[in-house]
Design a protein around this ligand. Structure first.
Ligand code: CA
Ligand code: CA
Ligand code: CA
Length: 423
């Protein structure tokens, strides 16, 4: 077992640079051991680019067969060992072999065990870390101490995942969500035993999924969302200064009780602080209908923006409301048509010291007819405000009733909302 200290990491980077210099690749490019030349920026970016995987060899992705891949044991507790140290599972996860290697923690010592990897680069929106683990309890007890995956950025520590269980019968998979985090943090596996409980833990086959630019997780097109369980396929933008909060406690949602996304102004916040929810790009060549409820209330509150980003272009604000809109939920309808893949961003800017901004019941659908429901509220760009010709109007109205009311809602009827907004 050898440790991979920050000094060794620097040595590796230096060696990589030297390798690039003596390789046949053009200046500033990375030479894969499999022969390709790739941009140097692809080293340690949480995505495998070389066919041989050499661009990510000391970069966290790890089967523990030859070394620890940049995972640094700061507690002197973890050991890279052969899997036959215990009878269950007795084999590693990579090859199912007793001579395969794993990262092993002997649970007897009382100190907190920490295994860390430093991430230097910005990851993509859907980035997640996946790993296999096995837990074995040395003496019987009912307590279940936990293995944690934590993001440590300066003094800020955020638990991404906590696995609390007594033991497993073999290898099990776990995934912790990372998202588009700017580089400059450590990912940390930690375990602290309780007085009664000593536990052995093994780790194997750590990988990073959907962390590279353009990598899209399966099922990331769920943009219609009532936020009751999660944020569906709306991803927090961790590069923004604030985060939206999923809340149910401040006031009722548009359809009665339930969760919505929320952000509040505070004295201490910078006026331009913003929280953003981002979608993955939707395919080009479709008419996309978007509607949502919003609530902007307070004496001194900023603005809510709906932003579109077409592939290769700058972001465009297509809808915005600034300042208080009264203590009520309002409604917006938007239509998008694009010959390029199009991404949506919902941004709340603080802009003041008192008040809050919320959104709920987003629907995003592809229009079969090439047009979207009549707008139920005028936009600042000066729209028809629902005064569309009769034939399409009746269709639009029935469609509105079907899509804006979540199945589990118990709130006011849709025609009431419509009556108010169009009245
Ligand atoms: Ca790479
Ligand atoms: Ca292994
Ligand atoms: Ca809701």
């Amino acid at each position: 077992m050898y440790h991979f200290s920050p000094v060794m990491k620097q040595v590796f980077v230096l060696l990589s640079v030297l390798l690039v210099l003596v390789s046949s690749c053009p200046d500033g490019e990375l030479s894969c051991t499999s022969g390709e030349c790739l941009p140097a920026g692809l080293i340690c970016d949480l995505k495998t680019d070389c066919e041989s995987g050499s661009d990510q060899e000391f970069c966290g992705l790890c089967d523990f067969e030859h070394h620890s891949c940049g995972w640094n044991d700061t507690s002197d507790r973890w050991r890279r060992q052969m899997a036959n140290i215990t009878s269950i599972p007795g084999v590693d996860h990579t090859s199912g072999s007793a001579s395969g290697h794993v990262m092993h923690l002997d649970g007897k010592s009382a100190s907190t065990a920490k295994l860390e990897y430093s991430v230097d680069k910005l990851s993509a929106l859907g980035c997640q870390i996946s790993f296999w683990y096995h837990m074995y309890e040395n003496k019987s007890s009912s307590s279940s101490t936990s293995l944690k995956v934590t993001m440590v950025r300066d003094r800020d520590e955020r638990d991404l995942l906590e696995i609390s269980r007594t033991q497993t019968d073999g290898w099990e998979n776990a995934i912790a969500f990372i998202g588009n985090q700017p580089g400059g943090y450590k990912l940390q596996f930690s375990y602290r035993r309780s007085f009664w409980d000593t536990k052995d833990i093994m780790l194997d086959d750590i990988s990073f999924d959907y962390c590279g630019d353009g990598e899209v997780p399966a099922g990331s097109d769920q943009l219609s969302c009532d936020f009751e369980k999660d944020t569906c396929s709306w991803y927090h933008d961790y590069t923004a200064s604030l985060l939206w909060e999923r809340s149910d406690g401040k006031y009722n949602g548009p359809t009665g009780n339930g969760y919505y996304m929320w952000m509040s102004a505070k004295h201490s916040l910078n006026m331009s602080s913003a929280a953003r929810l981002i979608s993955f790009p939707r395919p080009a060549g479709q008419v996309i209908c978007v509607s949502f409820f919003y609530h902007i209330f307070g004496n001194s509150i900023g603005s809510l923006k709906f932003i579109a980003k077409r592939s290769g272009e700058a972001e465009t604000v297509v809808w915005m409301r600034s300042g208080t809109q009264g203590n009520k939920w309002r409604f917006a309808d938007l239509t998008f048509e694009s010959d390029k893949p199009i991404q949506f961003i919902i941004e709340a800017v603080v802009g003041g010291i008192q008040g809050s901004i919320a959104i709920d019941d987003i629907t995003v659908s592809i229009s079969e007819t090439g047009s979207c429901p009549a707008e139920r509220e005028c936009t600042f760009q000066g729209s028809l405000c629902g005064l569309t010709p009769d034939p399409s109007a009746s269709f639009a109205w029935s469609r509105i009733t079907g899509t804006s009311q979540p199945a589990n809602s118990s709130g006011p009827a849709t025609d009431h909302t419509l009556g108010t907004e169009l009245g």
